[in-house]
Ligand binder design. Structure first.
Ligand SMILES: N[C@@H](CCC(=O)N[C@@H](CS)C(=O)NCC(=O)O)C(=O)O
Length: 224
């Protein structure tokens, strides 16, 4: 298989793992260089390709460069034989719109709710704010209930139609990650259908090969 490109990131980044699930489904060889250092994001050669100086950042074997986790995953989704399954076919406007709705939901209703607790209480990069922590946790509970409803309390295996799409892959990333430190037993019990849906995804070979066993915390991470 000829290499399709590289994604620059630190290891274990759920934004990259989502892209790796998509790449594998489309038979694309995408390398994540193990020796990448975050300092590289501030160097002129990186900034020339990725002006925000952030990761994940994709560099194609053909020279095409693109940043933003969602854009990278969607580019990979459109670049192989599973494009219509993952994104909806060209004539399936409503399916495409529904998948886009869930991609936006993942990026705006899930990522920003999962990350504050991690940054403040696990990495301790940012000063702790009880208000910010509680606000994010409450919004995440609300978003989980929305997923619970969308999968008919666990009766449905996928968010859109009867097969795996980008909707599931984008939503699963932050929620697999968040279960390790924020989505605790209490939060899981309030949205059992959403958790059954996520457990079903986690058991699929497409996710297993990239995410492995999903860590689940009993109680959410405490203030530092
Ligand atoms: N909107 C971007 C956010 C990416 C992002 O915040 N990346 C962080 C690491 S998780 C980063 O590169 N931070 C370095 C910096 O802020 O300089 C995406 O979804 O890909």
């Amino acid at each position: 298989m000829a290499p399709f490109g590289k994604i620059y990131s630190y290891p274990g980044n759920f934004r990259v793992q989502r892209a790796q699930v998509v790449a594998a489904m489309n038979g694309l060889e995408v390398e994540v260089p193990a020796d990448f250092q975050m300092e590289a994001t501030k160097k002129p050669d990186f900034l020339a390709k990725f002006p925000m100086g952030k990761i994940p950042a994709f560099e194609g074997a053909d020279g095409f460069c693109i940043a933003e986790g969602a854009a990278i995953a969607m580019y990979l989704a459109g670049s192989g034989p599973k494009a219509a399954q993952l994104l909806g076919g060209p004539g399936e406007l409503q399916k495409r719109a529904r998948i886009t709705e869930w991609i936006c939901f993942a990026e705006t209703e899930l990522n920003p709710q999962v990350l504050p607790a991690f940054v403040m209480c696990v990495l301790k990069y940012m000063p702790y704010s009880e208000a910010a922590y509680n606000n994010a946790a409450n919004n995440l509970e609300r978003a989980l209930k929305r997923i619970d409803q969308a999968v008919d309390a666990g009766a449905k295996k996928f968010l859109v139609g009867d097969e795996l799409t980008m909707a599931d892959i984008m939503v699963a990333g932050p929620l697999f990650f968040g279960q390790g430190f924020l989505i605790d037993e209490k939060m899981r019990a309030a949205a059992p259908g959403a958790i059954k849906y996520l457990d079903g995804l986690a058991a699929m070979p497409e996710f297993q090969s990239v995410f492995g066993e999903i860590k689940k915390c009993e109680t959410r991470v405490a203030a530092p």
